[in-house]
Design a protein around this ligand. Structure first.
Ligand code: 5GP
Ligand code: MN
Length: 331
């Protein structure tokens, strides 16, 4: 059990902790996406170049998704089993709760200081210090503010990491504020090739993806009365398809499902073990899927959330229907 006193810090205090440490481990959540890994790498690159000893890691899987590997230009990423046991400073990025660190959750206890940097609404604060801003559209936004406050100039490798986080978490800048667009403009001026960074993240799949997608979409079911009468669409990805392909293909299914006009809520259940399912939930902005996911032991954002549960698919779908029936409507 994690039993440490946590307290919120502002940007200045977070900078103080980051600049004082000589040895830093930066962790992303399990199955890190571009915001989690890009944020950890951007901050890791800056600290490494200031002379700190730096490791970047995550609990699982062993290596980053293929489309994210090029971001690690300094070779900072290490497998989870090589992460030092008790780092001077642990920085946990884009991770709404300590369980999302998977097998590395213990480091939040053994580290000298643990600083959480996150933008999840559901983050109640953990570690010894936490800097949480639910208004930030991506953790990468928070990291760029930190780098600016540290007086670090954003070089091209760092800019690529941040751009990857921004483009992913804002769904290609559709959910980005004017300030975030201005931030992206800065990264382009630093030399980022938007197309070259974005295409592998959002638009590239092997030919075999088409067959996988068609098999999964054949299981899609529309239930117009669910989600408080706003409509639910769901689909299942069985274990062979989850384990047989890349993370990029598995994670892409929800983006197809959520385009369903008749459904406010979309849910993809991914079978990660014989009786274990992890879910992606999305809403179009009228129903709070973070609340629904939290009721099922998960979390996330109001329009994008997830959870992991043991059981069989029909039983978990029933729990999803009940959680959505109780989920708040958004104004
Ligand atoms: P995705 O569907 O892209 O994996 O996740 C969407 C959002 O839900 C992310 O913000 C992610 O952090 C959160 N999320 C996904 N799966 C889980 C989970 O198993 N537990 C918790 N607490 N959050 C999750
Ligand atoms: Mn994020």
């Amino acid at each position: 059990m994690v039993d440490v006193t946590s307290r919120p810090v502002d940007l200045g205090e977070a900078v103080g902790l980051l600049t004082a440490a000589r040895q830093v481990v930066l962790l992303a959540h399990v199955n890190p996406d571009a915001d989690a890994l890009g944020s950890a790498l951007a901050l890791g690159l800056a600290l490494h170049r200031r002379g700190a000893e730096v490791q970047v890691s995550f609990g699982a899987p062993e290596r980053p998704a293929e489309s994210l590997r090029d971001l690690d230009v300094d070779g900072l990423v290490v497998p989870a089993d090589r992460v030092v046991g008790a780092p001077e400073l642990l920085v946990v990025l884009d991770t709404g709760s300590v369980d999302r660190l998977g097998p590395l959750a213990d480091r939040a206890v053994t580290a000298g200081t643990t600083l959480v940097i996150d933008h999840h609404e559901s983050n109640a604060g953990f570690g010894t210090h936490y800097y949480v801003d639910p208004r930030a559209e991506a953790t990468a936004v928070m990291v760029l503010h930190l780098l600016d406050a540290m007086g670090v100039s954003v070089d091209l490798p760092t800019a690529r990491c941040l751009y990857a986080g921004l483009v992913t978490d804002t769904r290609n800048f559709r959910a980005a504020s004017p300030d975030t667009h201005a931030m992206a403009a800065r990264l382009l001026v630093a030399g980022v090739d938007a197309e070259a960074v974005t295409r592998p993240l959002l638009d590239t799949h092997p030919f075999s993806w088409l067959a996988m997608l068609s098999a999964v979409l054949a299981t899609a079911t529309l239930e117009v009365d669910e989600a408080r009468g706003l409509g639910l669409v769901h689909a299942l990805i069985r274990h062979d398809l989850v384990s047989g392909g890349r993370q990029e293909e598995v994670e892409s299914v929800i983006d197809v499902l959520r385009t369903t006009a008749e459904a406010e809520a979309a849910v993809v259940l991914k079978q990660v073990g014989e009786h274990r399912w992890t879910a992606s939930m999305r809403s179009k902005g009228r129903i709070d899927v973070a609340a629904a996911a939290s009721a099922l032991g998960g979390g996330g954002h109001r329009v994008a959330s997830g959870f992991t549960l043991d059981g069989d698919a029909p039983e978990i779908l029933d729990r999803v229907r009940r959680a959505l029936a109780d989920a708040p409507l958004l104004g």
